[in-house]
Design a protein around this ligand. Structure first.
Ligand code: AMP
Ligand code: ZN
Length: 141
């Protein structure tokens, strides 16, 4: 996939705008998120421009996730994090604001830090779980 000239992460990869880079190889770049949700909040991105996780070739996803895992380990072992959230937003409906595949690695220090991830349980009385499971399973084959 070609570089997107309007993409802020492509500009960071090309060195056109600065970032606090912490890891770089042929396929992957990691740098501190400009908005530090918690201390050490890092973005791991593919060097090639893909819109998001869902449209990125799996070999590249694996390389990005390998780096995300290592950074999470370092956050726990050396930054004093008590936990880590690894997440990737796909499409604006899920909160994606930069349309270049990236994984957030967010170290967690306590329940009252800045990061809140709330998964409220939906009243599933109207959902037919057996039918739903069957539908999805069929498409995965
Ligand atoms: P998302 O909402 O998942 O698309 O996350 C995009 C992230 O990119 C946000 O957390 C922003 O703070 C971060 N971001 C945007 N511009 C920059 C930049 N120039 N340097 C570092 N992080 C950035
Ligand atoms: Zn890009």
């Amino acid at each position: 996939m070609e570089k997107d000239k309007n993409c802020v992460f492509c500009k960071i990869i090309d060195g056109e705008i600065p970032a606090y880079k912490i890891f770089e190889d042929e396929n992957v770049l990691a740098f501190l998120d400009i908005s530090q949700v918690t201390k050490g909040h890092t973005l791991v991105v593919s060097k090639k421009h893909y819109d998001n996780f869902l449209s990125t070739p799996k070999e590249i996803v694996h390389k990005v996730m390998d780096v995300a895992q290592r950074i999470g380990q370092v956050q726990v072992e050396f930054l004093g994090a008590k936990g880590v959230n690894i997440l990737t937003n796909c499409y604006p409906a899920a909160g994606q604001t930069v349309m270049h595949f990236h994984v957030h690695v967010i170290p967690r220090y306590d329940q009252n830090d800045n990061f809140i991830l709330e998964m409220k349980t939906k009243d599933d009385s109207k959902l037919n779980l057996p039918v739903l499971a069957k539908q999805i399973k069929k498409e995965l084959k």
